[in-house]
Design a protein around this ligand. Structure first.
Ligand code: SF4
Length: 355
């Protein structure tokens, strides 16, 4: 690596990444081509909310479905929250879907359907944190904002061999990203860095031989590319236990609507025993009877804990329950219930069990 001043190196990194993007930008349904008109802020916002903790591959079909069904922020605001949650089913982190709807209503009713263009105003919107505000400001409005997602974090930590373990090293990484972000075209630059992190400077086996900033990369010069970003050793996740209840009557099962706030809030689900991130469920069935219990049939990983699920089954043609507010759902149409992935896994297990 040639010996340059910090600012000269930052300038070269910025120029090389920008030039590489012109011919190598990923074509994604929410993007505008490099150097062209700015994309629709509604599309940028929707895609950024969907992309939080989720891969581009998983998001594409959901983005297309949402924009077909709700082509504008106003149409999304008019939708029922239950329909938005059902359309989101399978994408995970369901608080995002509730905030998505809340934010659409806010933008439509209070801001005349226009997203704010600067970071501090964007930060006031439901579900929009520091990263998302910076990304929308830069990509949708061309504002100079410093955008750091997980891909960019890895790329920048390697370029500058930032050795402070995360999360403590985030401030240094952000300062380095600030140094290489150009004053014009910050949105294209952020997307160029995202693409670099996703396709070249990958977590394992980075493709340094085709990297446009190989000559400026401190990690490459040291041969320790995969040592960055440095992370604190992970703590083991706690394991929680839950029992779900399969209550079947004449080819229908009883579904419940989860409480509006908290884990998977407002989603349709199987009735359960009150499990939560901080406690096991009580395992008691909702009414006495001949329950058949299947132990630990599904394991599911959340960000901060793992869940082991038992299934208690009650099948009777003449069940009478007082759960009048809940839903008897035809088993043949269970795929349309919009169940979150955790519950879908349990339903699939049960249906397979019966074959
Ligand atoms: Fe990443 Fe390798 Fe490029 Fe450095 S040279 S930025 S480690 S791909």
């Amino acid at each position: 690596m040639a010996v340059d001043s910090f600012s000269a190196r930052a300038g070269k990194i910025s120029a090389n990444i920008g030039a590489h993007y012109v011919d190598n930008a990923r074509k994604l349904p929410w993007r505008a081509p490099p150097g062209g008109d700015l994309p629709d802020p509604y599309h940028v916002w929707l895609s950024e909310i969907m992309l939080q903790q989720t891969t581009v591959g998983a998001v594409k079909s959901y983005f297309e479905l949402f924009t077909r069904r709700w082509p504008t922020v106003e149409s999304l605001a008019r939708a029922k929250e239950a329909d938005v949650l059902a359309a989101w089913a399978g994408l995970g982190y369901y608080a995002r879907a509730r905030n998505l709807h809340k934010c659409a209503v806010h933008v439509t009713e209070r801001l005349g359907g226009n997203f704010p263009r600067n970071e501090s105003e964007l930060l006031k919107l439901p579900g929009v944190g520091a990263y998302t505000a910076a990304a929308i400001a830069a990509i949708a409005f061309g504002e100079r904002a410093v955008v750091v997602d997980a891909n960019i974090e890895r790329l920048v930590a390697r370029l500058f061999a930032i050795g402070t373990p995360l999360p403590g090293g985030k401030a240094e990484i952000r300062a380095a990203m600030d140094a290489i972000t150009p004053s014009r075209g910050a949105g294209d630059f952020a997307q160029a860095c995202m693409d670099m992190g996703a396709t070249i400077c990958t977590s394992k086996n980075p493709k340094c031989d085709i990297c446009p900033v190989q000559n400026q990369c401190a990690a490459y010069a040291s041969g320790a590319m995969e040592s960055y970003p440095v992370k604190q050793p992970k703590k083991a996740k706690p394991v929680r236990r839950a029992r779900f209840f399969w209550i079947e009557r004449q080819d229908r099962i009883l579904l419940a609507t989860r409480p509006p706030s908290g884990m998977l809030g407002g989603m349709r689900a199987l009735p359960d025993d009150g499990w939560a991130a901080g406690n096991d469920g009580h395992a008691r069935p909702p009414f006495p009877g001949a329950w058949q219990v299947h132990d630990n049939i599904v394991q599911h990983s959340f960000t901060h804990f793992s869940l082991e699920v038992d299934l208690a089954v009650y099948q009777d043609r003449k069940i009478v329950t007082d759960m009048t507010s809940d839903l008897w759902w035809p088993l043949a149409d269970i795929a349309d219930a919009g169940l979150p992935t955790l519950y879908t896994k349990v339903v699939e297990w049960k249906l397979k069990e019966e074959i």
